[in-house]
Design a protein around this ligand. Structure first.
Ligand code: HEM
Length: 336
C-alpha cells in the first residue's frame, strides 16, 4: 500500500513538472521561483537540523563499537572498531563515510522451516547496492557542475572523460547515471521482495527511492532521448546563480520535470531520512573516541547530590540492628 501511494505521489509530481514545463507562466514558476524556495527550505532546514544536533548534550562517550577497547597493554585491541585517539576516530569515520564499513558487516536473520531454524546471513548485496548508488550519485552531481560554472572546471571535464570512457553512442554514455538508476532499482526491489524489509517499509522509504529514480530516469531520458538545448539550460542555471534568472523558450518540458523533482528533493531532504548525509558527521555513536577506561568523563551539569551513606544509615539504626541481632559494620569491620 505504502509503495503504491508513494508511486502515485511521484507520478503526480512528475506530471505536474512536465505539464508546467509546457506553459510559459508555469515555466517561469518552475524555472525560477520553485528552485529558489526549495534551496531556501533546504538551507534553513539543514541549519536547523545541524544546530539541534550540535546543541544536544553528549556528556559521556557513547560510540557504538564491536571491538576490544584499549585497556591493558597485553590485551589486543581493535584500533578502528574501538578507536582511542582522535586520529583513529577520523580513520573510522572515513571508512564509514567512504566505504560504508558497518553496512559491510551487516547480517540478516532468517527463519527457516528445516535445518537450523534461525539463520544469520551476510548481506553484501545491500552494501554493494548502497555503495554503488551513493558513489554514482556523487559523480553525477559533480559532473552537473558543468551547468553551474563557466568555464567548466577541469576536474569536471576529467570526470566526464573517465565516466564516458567507453565512448558508446552519441551523446557519450555516462556510466554513473546508469549505475545510479540500476542501484536504486535494486534497493527498491529488495524492499518489495524481502517480506521482513517490506513489513518495516513506510511511505517515506518508497517516496525517497521513487523520487531519486524519477530524477535519474528523467535525466537519462533528457540526455539520450529527448535531447534538450544545453546552452539554454546553462543560461537558466547561471541566471539562477547570479540572481538574474532567465527562462529560455528552447529548453524541453522534460527538463522542467527534472528540475521540479530536484526542487522537491531539496525541500524534502532536511525533514526526511535522507538527512543522514550530514547527520553521520554529528553522530556521537560514531564521532567519539572510545576512551572511557582511561579518561573519566564527568557529566558537566551534575548537581551535588545529597547522599545517605551506609555508615550514616547504620549509625541511625544502630539500636534496632543490635536489637534484631544483625551484624554491624563498625563493630566487625566487614561490609554486610
Ligand atoms: C539531485 C540532483 C540531480 C540528480 C541526481 C541528477 C541526475 C541526472 C542524471 C542521472 C542525468 C543523466 C545524464 C548523466 O548521467 O549525467 C541527468 C541529466 C541532466 N540533468 Fe540532472 N540531476 C540532478 C540535478 C540537476 C539540476 C539541478 C539540473 C539543472 C538545473 C540538472 C540538469 C540536467 C540536464 C540538463 C541533464 C541532461 C544532460 C545532457 O544532456 O548532457 N540536473 N541528471
Amino acid at each position: 500500500m505504502h509503495a503504491w501511494t508513494a508511486l502515485i505521489t511521484i507520478i503526480i509530481l512528475a506530471v505536474a513538472g512536465y505539464v508546467g514545463g509546457q506553459l510559459s507562466a508555469t515555466r517561469v514558476l518552475i524555472g525560477t521561483i520553485v528552485p529558489y524556495v526549495a534551496i531556501g527550505i533546504f538551507l534553513v532546514g539543514i541549519a536547523w537540523r545541524v544546530i539541534a544536533w550540535a546543541r544536544s548534550p553528549v556528556p559521556f562517550r557513547i560510540p557504538t563499537t564491536c571491538g576490544q577497547q584499549k585497556s591493558l597493554p597485553w590485551i589486543k585491541r581493535a584500533r578502528f572498531d574501538s578507536p582511542f585517539t582522535p586520529g583513529e576516530t577520523i580513520v573510522r569515520m572515513l571508512l564509514e563515510v567512504l566505504l560504508f564499513r558497518s553496512l559491510f558487516r551487516n547480517t540478516r536473520a532468517e527463519l527457516r522451516r528445516e535445518g537450523p531454524r534461525l539463520l544469520y546471513e551476510e548481506e553484501k548485496w545491500l552494501w554493494l547496492g548502497a555503495l554503488v548508488f551513493h558513489w554514482s550519485m556523487l559523480v553525477v552531481l559533480l559532473r552537473h557542475l558543468r551547468f553551474f560554472r563557466e568555464p567548466t572546471p577541469a576536474i569536471v571535464l576529467l570526470l566526464q572523460r573517465i565516466d564516458g570512457f567507453f565512448q558508446i553512442g552519441a551523446p557519450v554514455v555516462y556510466w554513473t547515471g546508469v549505475t545510479m538508476l540500476a542501484a536504486l532499482g535494486y534497493l527498491l526491489w529488495r524492499r518489495l521482495k524481502i517480506p521482513q524489509v517490506r513489513y518495516v517499509s513506510l511511505f517515506t522509504d518508497y517516496f525517497a527511492l521513487y523520487l531519486l529514480m524519477a530524477i535519474a530516469g528523467s535525466g537519462i531520458w533528457l540526455r539520450y532521448f529527448t535531447k534538450t538545448d544545453i546552452v539554454g539550460v546553462k543560461q537558466l542555471t547561471l541566471g539562477l546563480m547570479t540572481f538574474t534568472p532567465v527562462v529560455p523558450t528552447t529548453v524541453a518540458p522534460l527538463f522542467f520535470m527534472h528540475l521540479f523533482l530536484v526542487s522537491v528533493l531539496l525541500a524534502y531532504f532536511p525533514f526526511s531520512k535522507l538527512v543522514h548525509m550530514p547527520g553521520i558527521f554529528l553522530s556521537p555513536t560514531r564521532n567519539l573516541p572510545n576512551n572511557s577506561r582511561a579518561v573519566r568523563h564527568i557529566n558537566p551539569w551534575n548537581y551535588p547530590v545529597k547522599v545517605h551513606t551506609y555508615e550514616e544509615w547504620e549509625e541511625e539504626f544502630r539500636d534496632k540492628l543490635i536489637a534484631a541481632g544483625l551484624p554491624l559494620d563498625k563493630e566487625s569491620g566487614n561490609h554486610v
